[in-house]
Unconditional design. Structure first.
Length: 405
């Protein structure tokens, strides 16, 4: 039986609320690319291996050659890793402070989900957010997040016979409601998620969330109308994960530019004109075109409302990897580097609302940090690192007080 939203009030009452500017919504907002389980291959993030622990495991001749390791010309990282002498030298031969264990899954060596999942849940729960935007959540791990966070999560626009609802035990009271959509229906396919604290927010007029699949077939966006349980102020919550490459293509825009334009067109074409909170991994920096396209469409960056000394310089730090796009946070102020290798790609953007106050919640103080020792990127502490973040991203989080314009 479908629950009735606490935000289901008359159209006339909602219009009066918006026109009079009545009601202020106080929210803790959280954005996090969680690094999908099967995307966390050790050959992509070699510095994060707990080398001493891995050397205690008998892998036979696995590390003696790339052939033994199973990297062939069909692997997407083959061209780069094959330049390295052996897996042993590449994965185990550097003086780096790795913290994560390794296990094999479907023929690949990946970071142990048993290690990473509790850390990811801890990173989220320690900030007790009211509204969460998550990316790189795999189909096969949605239930893990639902149980860990106490959430009831509905799968939107499933393209096969997958169960339409994934949730924590229905007999147990849950904190969050939410929606999820994946790029494909494989268990290892990643997707995006919006969660909201049901004591603070509810579905606006019981409207269901919807999916926007970009025409390039690469990525997607989720859109969910919400409103405040206390003040009934409505808004659109939106999340997306844009294409990875910010570098312009000859004579044509980047895929992420096109995706951003399609998202803007979708939002502007809605019949209900509501304020918008957009949280996502845009895979581009302040200097890149896709980000600028969103600003041109009227979005504001919440982080830039902060005093300069509190603004985020980076949300990623991947100093060594066999990929064309490195995110070395030590280069955050080098424009010639970050134009092609942005280290800041996670954002909370707003449109159509007045932000009365905003504060940043520090998410780079370590898993057990108390806010005094902040993360300083170096050559030996790349992410993921269980002392700092179980993803290759840091989450970002803000408290805001917003009202309709």
């Amino acid at each position: 039986m479908e629950e009735t939203s606490p935000c289901k009030e008359s159209h006339t009452t909602q219009e009066a609320t918006m026109e009079n500017g009545a009601g202020t919504v106080h929210l803790k907002i959280f954005q996090f690319n969680t690094l999908a389980k099967h995307l966390a291959e050790v050959i992509q993030f070699p510095y994060a291996i707990d080398v001493e622990r891995e050397k205690l495991v008998d892998r036979g001749t696995l590390y003696d050659s790339w052939e033994n390791y199973g990297i062939t010309d069909k692997h997407w990282l083959y061209e780069q890793v094959a330049k390295e002498a052996t897996p042993s030298e590449y994965l185990l031969g550097h003086d780096e402070v790795g913290t994560l264990s390794v296990h094999q899954s479907e023929g690949k060596y990946i970071y142990s989900w048993a290690d990473r999942l509790p850390q990811l849940i801890k990173q989220i729960k320690k900030h007790d957010p009211d509204l969460l935007f998550l990316q790189e959540v795999e189909v096969g791990t949605v239930e893990d997040f639902a149980k860990g966070l106490g959430a009831r999560i509905r799968t939107v626009e499933s393209m096969s016979s997958l169960a339409p609802v994934t949730a924590s035990d229905q007999s147990i009271s849950h904190t969050y409601d939410g929606i999820f959509a994946s790029r494909a229906d494989k268990a290892t396919s990643d997707g995006i998620m919006i969660l909201w604290n049901r004591n603070v927010l509810g579905a606006y007029r019981n409207q269901q969330g919807e999916v926007l699949r970009y025409t390039d077939g690469q990525k997607l966006a989720l859109i969910q109308p919400l409103c405040s349980v206390e003040s009934s102020v409505p808004f659109l919550s939106v999340t997306t994960h844009l294409h990875w490459n910010p570098v312009p293509r000859p004579g044509q825009p980047t895929l992420q530019e096109t995706e951003a334009e399609e998202l803007v067109s979708k939002l502007k074409g809605r019949e209900d004109v509501l304020p918008i909170i957009l949280g996502g991994d845009l895979n581009c920096g302040l200097q890149n075109s896709a980000y600028k396209n969103l600003l041109d469409a009227g979005f504001e960056n919440v982080d830039l409302m902060m005093p300069e000394e509190k603004r985020r310089r980076f949300t990623m730090h991947v100093p060594r990897a066999p990929v064309p796009k490195l995110t070395d946070a030590r280069c955050w102020d080098q424009m010639s580097v970050i134009e092609k290798h942005p280290v800041l790609s996670d954002y909370i953007l707003v449109s159509g609302m007045h932000i009365r106050t905003v504060d940043v919640l520090r998410t780079d103080v370590g898993m057990d940090g108390e806010g005094t020792a902040f993360y300083i990127p170096s050559a030996v502490n790349g992410l993921p690192n269980k002392n700092w973040s179980a993803s290759d991203h840091f989450p970002i989080a803000y408290t805001i007080a917003m009202s309709c314009l």
